[in-house]
Design a protein around this ligand. Structure first.
Ligand SMILES: [Zn+2]
Length: 93
């Protein structure tokens, strides 16, 4: 799917329509020192450490593309609901 890099859309903060830049959400880098990561590593240690069977055939074939809209006037960012799509491209219109 091709999607414009800039769209004109309602901004709740400015309370009017403004030009908003579109970018894609990307998950942040995982920290090995985070509590969940440490706990998971501890659980997986030793004999019989695998907590659940590794997925041989994942149910989903696509990932969700979440758009981040940045208002060019007030610089506030808005997340939109992710849509399942194979290919999501931002194009200049
Ligand atoms: Zn705004």
């Amino acid at each position: 799917m091709n999607y414009p890099k800039e769209i004109r859309r309602y901004c709740p903060k400015c309370n009017t329509h403004t030009v908003q830049k579109v970018s894609l959400y990307k998950a942040g880098k995982r920290r090995g020192s985070a509590l969940g990561e440490r706990r998971h590593a501890e659980d997986k240690k030793g004999y019989g450490g695998q907590k659940f069977p590794k997925l041989a055939k994942p149910a989903k074939t696509t990932k969700k593309a979440t758009r981040i809209l940045t208002c060019t006037v007030c610089k506030k960012k808005f997340n939109t609901l992710g849509i399942r799509i194979r290919k999501f491209e931002l194009v200049a219109v």
